[in-house]
Design a protein around this ligand. Structure first.
Ligand code: ADP
Ligand code: MG
Length: 323
């Protein structure tokens, strides 16, 4: 089921509580599709990245090829919040300098300096990078897989494009007003605009930014294009959190297409694990009940660390077998 979903989508978000197996499942799904000939962009949005560790390669903020297999490939990106924030604030500062009269520049800079350390600004900068990667990745890749940060962070992030589109619209509207005002002033005093190219460039930047967020918003709320895969383990808290994530995704208009219940205990490896497995069944029943209709893929507890193409390939086989 999971691979069938991955085959028919352009964007997958893999999310869930910390430590449940998001990175492993995201990487295995990317590998499974690459083996079928797809070009996959695998992007980590979790500040605690470990794509590099999983693939045994240094991964940075720009795409790095971590796997070539037949006609398919996996290119990995670890969004670097600091790099993104620096770029983001440089462009916002530039925008502000153009929009505000000179006498307000110093206080605007002080304001930006404070905003740089605010958590909301941090998230919007990461979202900016996600929007860029989606816009570019839809052109260059068949599938974009996001390995996300623990749920709360990711849900806030998914709610942001709408707010940011609104913010950019406001800037553009103000710009329109000031353009008209400047044109009227020029016609009265007979002067010419001193910065036509800076203005035009600013306008292009704002429009490109608005269009990127609008594209992201429409892509992530289109169930034919984008799905969210919730990863959990069959314990009380992760199950409760997954149920909540599914509910919130629906409110956001994002399709929760599948749940992966990872690290199932074996029934035939001694009484301790058998007892755990019985416990897990109860939590699974709660999950099934609350998420009715969403397919659940179960993955057994595997020996060893899930790092390297071979181990990920074995996990990909399990995910494929479960379809
Ligand atoms: N099915 C599994 N069996 C055994 N170990 C697993 C399994 N899935 C994930 N792991 C291991 O659990 C740890 C956490 O997995 P990871 O994918 O990094 O989780 P997350 O990205 O959600 O924090 C890793 O060491 C990984 O190798
Ligand atoms: Mg992870």
């Amino acid at each position: 089921m999971l691979l069938t979903i991955a085959r028919s989508r352009r964007i997958l978000f893999v999310g869930g509580k910390g430590g449940v197996g998001k990175t492993s499942v995201a990487a295995a799904l990317a590998l499974a599709r690459a083996r079928e000939g797809a070009r996959v962009l695998l992007v980590s949005t979790d500040p605690a990245h470990n794509l590099g560790h999983v693939w045994g390669e240094a991964v940075a903020d720009a795409p790095t090829r971590v796997l070539t297999v037949g006609g398919g490939c996996v290119d990995a990106v670890e969004i670097d919040p600091l790099e993104t924030i620096e770029r983001h604030f440089a462009s916002v500062a530039d925008t502000m300098r153009h929009l505000l009269p000179e006498r307000l520049h110093a206080s605007a800079s002080a304001h930006l300096e404070r905003a740089r350390t605010a958590p909301g600004s941090h998230e919007s900068a990461v979202l900016e990078r996600i929007a860029e990667l989606v816009a570019a990745g839809l052109e260059t890749h068949d599938l974009i897989v996001f390995d996300t940060a623990p749920s709360g962070h990711t849900l806030r992030l998914l709610a942001l494009p709408e707010q940011l589109t609104g913010w950019t619209e406001t800037l553009l509207a103000n710009r329109d007003r000031s353009d008209r005002f400047a044109a009227a002033a020029r016609s009265v005093v007979g002067t010419r605009d001193e910065q036509p190219s800076a203005d035009a460039q600013l306008r292009r930047t704002l429009i490109a930014r608005r269009d990127r967020f609008a594209l992201l918003r429409s892509a992530i709320t289109d169930a034919a294009q984008t799905s969210f895969v919730v990863v959990a383990i069959a314990e009380r808290l992760p199950v409760a959190e997954s149920i909540d994530v599914v509910r919130q995704l629906r409110q956001l208009g994002v399709d929760p297409a599948a749940v992966v219940v990872n690290r199932r205990s074996p029934a035939d490896a001694g009484p301790l694990l058998a007892e755990r497995r019985a416990q897990e069944e109860q939590h699974l029943a709660v999950l099934r009940d609350a998420t009715h209709g969403i397919p659940i893929t179960q993955v057994p507890l595997l020996p060893g660390d899930l790092a390297g193409a071979e181990a990920l390939g074995a996990l990909a086989d399990r995910l494929a077998a479960a379809t």
